[in-house]
Design a protein around this ligand. Sequence first.
Ligand SMILES: [Zn+2]
Length: 512
Amino acid sequence: MLRGGLIADGHGGDPFLGDVVIAGATITAVVPASVRPSGGYDAEIIDCTGRVIAPGFVDIHCHSDLSLLAYPDNESRITQGITTEVVGNCGMTPAPGNADAEGLARVISTIDVTPDLEWTWSGVAGWLQALDECSTATNVAAHVGHGSARFAVAGTSAAPLERSQLTALERELEEAFSAGVVGASLGLMYSPGESARTEELALVARVVAAHDGVLSAHLRDYRTSALRRSIDELADVVESDGPRLQVSHLRGVGGEPGFADALAHLETLRKSKDIAADAYPYVHGHTTLIQLLPPALRAAGPDAVVSACMADPATIAEHLASAGYTPEQIIIMKAAKTPDAVGLDLTGAEGDPWRWLVDLLVENQGMVDVAVESGLWSDVDQALATDWISIASDGTALNRTHRASAAHPRSWGAFSAGYRRLRQHGTPVGEAVRRLSTAPAARVGMISGIVSGHRADLVVFDDHTFDAAATFAEPARPSVGLDHVYVNGTAVVGAGRPTAARPGTLIRRRQQ
Ligand SMILES: [Zn+2]
């Protein structure tokens, strides 16, 4: 029994004092203090005096597809209160397409932060089975990545799909839904998914709608001035009766004004279609370095970029220099062949920083990840002030032992930092909790909230002190002010420390 806490049940209303009773993996009673039975329960009592009891946080946009298998203790997520992760975002999944595992690994290199992990599966069903059989601290659900599905049928070709290829793509998506994914994701800035145009996008939307799934979309262009056009491209392929469209990590890139116009436009579209968004509370994005190059240059993928770098390094350096950022604003996050560069910003480069980036691209075969300070805090706060925008991390499952890449602090602190920022800007406790738990869960068709009969995924924290501690310099720092986290009724964090328990399960769409 979680006793005497302030229960924020996930429905957004004012929290109330009371007890939450758990038996096995299930919440069996929610008892307001005003009606607490005098006899009490024969239960282990967890004193929650002065603490908020909330539903476990649900991260519907993360990239733990592979790293969860490498780090099943998942410290980066449980220490910020996340109890369920939805993987398979931005069009990238380690299946389908893994018949050519090496080729697919290059396509999804930005989410492949655990190079030593063996890919043992075949197809989406096999990958989901691997997630299912791995006992993990958190629950996990998955999307199928459109980019990976496209890779399965057409490789890295940038050409429009032919009729037979569209049919094959549809079959890949259908198979993924049969295996139990909760939706499909698009990554319209990444090769080869970015080569999809209207007909192909409409096909994806149609399949997702037929399965009552969610279409989770990394837009084609996040520059503030391009947001409206990028949103319309997707709004045009969803119907009023589906699928649900989730605009992923909504932000304005490039520091231009006009983010409010994009929000207003979404607000208008929401009147006739089921569209919502998620956001993370940081101004640094994290993406592949080749994203800083013009689309025409990067569309053919990292190999083509490397060839261009070798043929004419000065021109590529010029492109990078004119992307709109200063050397201080770019941090190297992943560069497997040049580990000494990881964690540096460009002021750490020897000689011309842009030319140094070109060399890094060549040495790493085009696969370099960067964090870029590309957003405005005022945009972040406008997003957080919007009641249909929930928190999502865009981060990944990690443990403190992780060394293969630098971690964006969002992997360890998006939810605690998001809660703190919401509270600092006057969002009431109940509404802030809703935006971290039931609101995102509903987007992926998942049941959540502190209700008798629901799975006992719960978080106990101090409203006054709960906050992130992770920084770029020290990303692997657990959040502060978090007391207990329960996944399926078992403590994964107890008295502020990970317990090493792994009660998480794979949540398949058809089980719900
Ligand atoms: Zn993305």
